[in-house]
Design a binder for this molecule. Structure first.
Ligand code: MLT
Length: 347
């Protein structure tokens, strides 16, 4: 009898541990209310792009799903065009609890969690399917957990900013050597700065909100961004040349403030996580469709566009090798980078 009771107790403990483990892997953070407060919780969502951007499309999808599924207990408000601040201010707002949700290129929050820079390494991903498999799998979740641990910000889901391309106002770029001497605006992220420097360019970090004016006034010669950003944010008005270098796959992150998270019930938290995932899936397709349209239209808008098969992409890729090696070592993510490259063999 004693033996049976002990066995039952062991089984119960194993079951309790398994349940705890499986719920924590789907749950970005502990906390939350057990009972709804009865008050409507307003969720302010900010991003830096305008209303024709994929970030805005994702925000509106998130708003629609959350408002509908929460039965009105959550009320999402969307603020585009940096109305709640630039990317750095949005991230700080998430930490302070003055911004509830933001959508940003994940490179913009690497200051809080350097390991996230891993996804911004040049030529790390072979194609979009490779990137989706990594971001939506174990490695993507591991990085979201680490980001939460280091920053206190909850990563809800991975969306897409897109494949970054080079533009400038000086001359066509057909190979890595053509970058020599170009003053190019980049995000404030050390592996990008180092990469462009290694090609002989003069990279200048700057917040996105200042880029159009800097290009217009000639403070910088060029910049690099996904096709959809060059198109929807009218970068083509101030840049003549564009080359499809595809040098970085840039993920977008939907992030939530921990203080907002903790105001919600478990059910409301689950609604937000699920809505963010669906909004990201919707947004990835939105980017693909928009980029196809933009590639058709940009030449008629005055851009001299060179597609990937019209340039020597290999010369750009070769220069990425030493940067991947240096930064994987510095970030202590050599093993993860190796795993990502191995996953790439399937694509
Ligand atoms: C940037 O270059 O700063 C970003 O790609 C802009 C964005 O958030 O899309």
């Amino acid at each position: 009898m004693k033996k049976t009771i002990s066995l039952l107790m062991v089984l119960l403990m194993v079951f309790a541990t398994m349940t705890a483990c499986s719920s924590s892997s789907n749950q970005p953070a502990d906390g939350g209310q057990t009972e709804p407060s009865g008050e409507v919780i307003t969720i302010k969502v900010g991003h830096v792009l305008n209303e024709s951007s994929p970030f805005h499309a994702a925000s509106l999808k998130f708003q629609e799903l959350v408002n509908e599924r929460s039965g009105g207990s959550l009320n999402v408000e969307v603020y585009p065009s940096a109305l709640l601040g630039n990317d750095r201010e949005l991230a700080e707002g998430l930490q302070m609890g003055t911004v509830d949700v933001s959508l940003s290129d994940s490179s913009t929050v690497t200051g809080f969690c350097p390991e996230l820079q891993m996804f911004s390494l040049p030529y790390l991903f072979k194609n979009s399917e490779h990137a989706y498999a990594v971001l939506d799998g174990e490695i993507g979740q591991k990085l979201l957990d680490l980001f939460h641990e280091k920053s206190g910000i909850i990563g809800l889901a991975w969306g897409e900013n897109g494949w970054r391309q080079e533009t400038n106002s000086k001359h066509p770029v057909t190979c890595a050597d053509d970058m020599k001497g170009l003053k190019i605006r980049t995000m404030e992220i050390s592996c990008h700065l180092d990469y462009w420097r290694s090609l002989g360019a003069d990279p200048t970090p700057m917040a996105w909100t200042e880029v159009y004016t800097a290009l217009q006034q000639g403070t910088v010669d060029g910049e690099e961004n996904p096709v959809q950003t060059i198109y929807t944010q009218k970068v083509y008005e101030v840049q003549k040349y564009m080359s499809m270098t595809n040098h970085v796959y840039a993920p977008m992150l939907i992030m939530m403030s921990e203080s907002t998270w903790n105001k919600m019930t478990k059910e409301q938290q689950d609604i937000c996580v699920q809505a963010a995932k669906e909004a990201c899936a919707y947004e990835r397709q939105f980017v693909v469709d928009l980029e196809a349209k933009a590639i058709q239209e940009l030449p008629s808008l005055g851009v001299e566009l060179l597609l990937a098969d019209q340039i020597d992409v290999e010369s750009f890729r070769e220069a990425a090798g030493p940067i991947i090696e240096k930064y994987s070592k510095e970030m202590g993510v050599e093993e993860l980078v190796k795993q990502i490259q191995e996953i790439g063999n399937k694509y």
